[in-house]
Design a protein. Structure first.
Length: 101
């Protein structure tokens, strides 16, 4: 559930504190984005300026990756009861982290 007016996110394919991908939602600035932190330097892979998300609502998020192809799906819990019906928010290809947590 998002309560504050700041950024929230999910880190994935994490190698360590200096190497990972992140799915970030920023309510105050109104965007969703995918970032890559490699050797401590952040790069924005993709960004959508769509309002970010809604306050005081639960969301389902599914992040899948196969080798270097990634898909992120997201939807409000009340509207999407099943993960397989979630709309795709981002799809991207990147070869930096083909393994990780």
């Amino acid at each position: 559930m998002t309560k504050g007016r700041t950024s929230h996110g999910i880190v994935f394919r994490m190698i360590d504190a200096f190497n990972y991908y992140a799915f970030e939602l920023n309510i105050e600035k109104g965007y969703k984005r995918i970032t890559k932190v490699e050797h401590g330097a952040m790069t924005i892979i993709k960004r959508i300026d769509d309002g970010g998300t809604t306050l005081n609502a639960w969301f389902k998020v599914e992040i899948t990756g196969s080798n270097n192809k990634f898909k992120i799906k997201m939807g409000e819990d009340k509207k999407y009861k099943k993960y397989d019906h979630l709309p795709v928010v981002f799809e991207f290809v990147d070869v930096a982290f083909v393994e990780g947590k």
